[in-house]
Design a protein around this ligand. Structure first.
Ligand code: ADP
Ligand code: MG
Length: 446
């Protein structure tokens, strides 16, 4: 850790591309895309070289154990092609990129723990705290966009922070496969030896989306040996997949059983509370940098309507903030509706939550949710308030106490009273019954 901020890493480090490593001289060639970065050649010497060479060298040494005595910056991209075809290309350097690619945002600090990921989170932290000692392998599985990669990077960050000497290798199973194919294609023993050295000479292997190596026989075979070597040497292995091992049809039996040696933890879809918490956390972090603010109503609107996964949740937030800043408009529920209209299909079944009920009732009576939560006692507020209580009771399984809390910290007996009053009045008042039916339709259009 050299204390560079994420913005600094994004600006100066991310665009850099490793081209070639000359192992005889220990020289690493790095391509600097100056046009893309908006800088000139002088800038490389006066700034990048001065500021980043030492940290880069030690980071590379830490991550890979390779000693590069010299870093040469170049502005010629064609060197890449030359290097690619030359036998000097050291494939393991694809990995420096991978490793430098640990997303600085994907840390435990930025991971919101909810009922959907509690166990996976606890298991990940335990493994990060004592790699190789308790659960080996750790197998994380779950659908897309639910946080598997985020958790894996968090483990890698945590281990490297606590012990920078640890050799941590994070790869997608796709790049594992590609590197293996490349090594095989080279057709000589050195290429294979190098590949093996790279994967056996580490303390922690994180392999993401293992489902991609499945069905590729030679890759499974090679991975089997890698697994055995590392596991036998008590090195930590962390695997992610979209399914649990026993449901991966084309996974070889011997790998299946090995994956079950350690601990298997799943991540499921986030519930409403977790979606709210994730949005709030994201707002908290982004709003300083980007200068926006989201009202609770907007957050509730997003959390109510975007349910499939967390990546979509973030996408929704980005759309809203982008629209707001491009059109210089304040962020309101209406703007959110507009921004998300393609993401929210009108037929999609939405989950009915107390927050949604509150929003819908307020909208129906043209009042504010704060009025419902507030202390006004006039009939034009009291009736909607009681209707909201009634609907929460009827359409959700929220306990009276929690409904009271949501409705401005009211006592559960107050809620009960409201619910009973509306239930009774419905029997005699067609008007009220009608109103409630309309609100129900708004809540549940299907
Ligand atoms: P997966 O690998 O399972 O497809 P990712 O780890 O790429 O999912 O997560 C998708 C996005 O959602 C990422 O931007 C990630 O930071 C974010 N994310 C996922 N889970 C959480 C969480 N529990 N808290 C905060 N952000 C999360
Ligand atoms: Mg992923």
């Amino acid at each position: 850790e050299f204390g560079f901020s994420p913005i600094s890493i994004n600006t100066w480090i991310k665009p850099l591309q490793v081209q070639r490593y000359d192992s005889d001289e220990g020289t690493l060639f790095i391509y600097v895309p100056i046009d893309e970065m908006g800088i000139n050649e002088d800038f490389i010497n006066s700034y990048i070289n001065k500021k980043f060479t030492t940290p880069l060298r030690s980071t590379i040494a830490e991550l890979t154990g390779l000693d590069c005595t010299k870093i040469v910056y170049t502005v010629e991209q064609n060197v890449v092609k030359e290097a690619d075809s030359s036998s000097n290309t050291d494939n393991s350097f694809n990995n420096i990129l991978e490793k430098a690619n640990l997303n600085p945002e994907y840390t435990f600090e930025n991971f919101v723990v909810g009922s959907n990921n509690k166990f996976a989170h606890a298991a990940s932290l335990a493994v990060a705290e004592s790699p190789g000692e308790i659960y080996n392998p750790l197998f994380l599985y779950g659908g897309v966009g639910l946080g598997k990669t985020h958790l894996m990077h968090s483990i890698a960050h945590f281990i490297l922070e606590n012990n920078p000497q640890t050799r941590v290798l994070y790869v997608t199973s796709e790049s594992f496969t590609n590197e293996l194919i490349e090594a095989i294609r080279n057709g000589n023993n050195t290429a294979m030896t190098k590949f093996r050295e790279k994967y056996r000479n580490i303390d922690v292997l994180l392999i993401d989306d293992i489902q991609f190596i499945i069905g590729k026989e030679s890759t499974q075979e090679e991975f089997f040996h890698t697994f055995n070597d590392l596991h036998g040497a008590k090195k930590q292995i962390i695997i992610s997949s979209d399914k649990p091992p026993k449901e991966i049809a084309t996974l070889e039996g011997r790998l299946k059983s090995r994956f079950e040696w350690g601990l298997i933890a799943d991540i499921s879809s986030p519930d409403y509370e977790t979606r709210m918490a994730i949005l709030r956390k994201k707002e908290e972090r982004d709003s300083k940098e980007k200068g926006y603010h989201l009202d609770d109503e907007v957050i509730q609107y997003i959390a109510t309507n975007i349910k499939s996964n967390i990546r979509e949740l973030e996408g929704a937030l980005n759309r809203i903030t982008a629209m707001s800043s491009l059109e210089h408009r304040e962020i309101t529920v209406e703007l959110a509706q507009e921004a998300l209209k393609d993401m929210i299909s009108p037929n999609a079944k939405r989950e009915i939550t107390p927050d949604l009920i509150l929003l819908t009732v307020a909208e129906h009576f043209h009042i504010k949710t704060d009025d419902i939560k507030g202390s006004k006692r006039s009939a034009d507020i009291v009736i909607p308030r009681q209707i909201a209580m009634y609907l929460c009771r009827e359409m959700t399984s929220t306990p009276l106490k929690a409904i009271g809390k949501l409705m401005g910290n009211r006592d559960h007996t107050t809620v009960l009273h409201g619910v009973e009053k509306i239930s009774k009045e419905i029997e005699t008042s067609d008007d009220l019954k009608n109103t409630i039916d309309i609100i129900k339709k708004k809540l549940n259009p299907n």
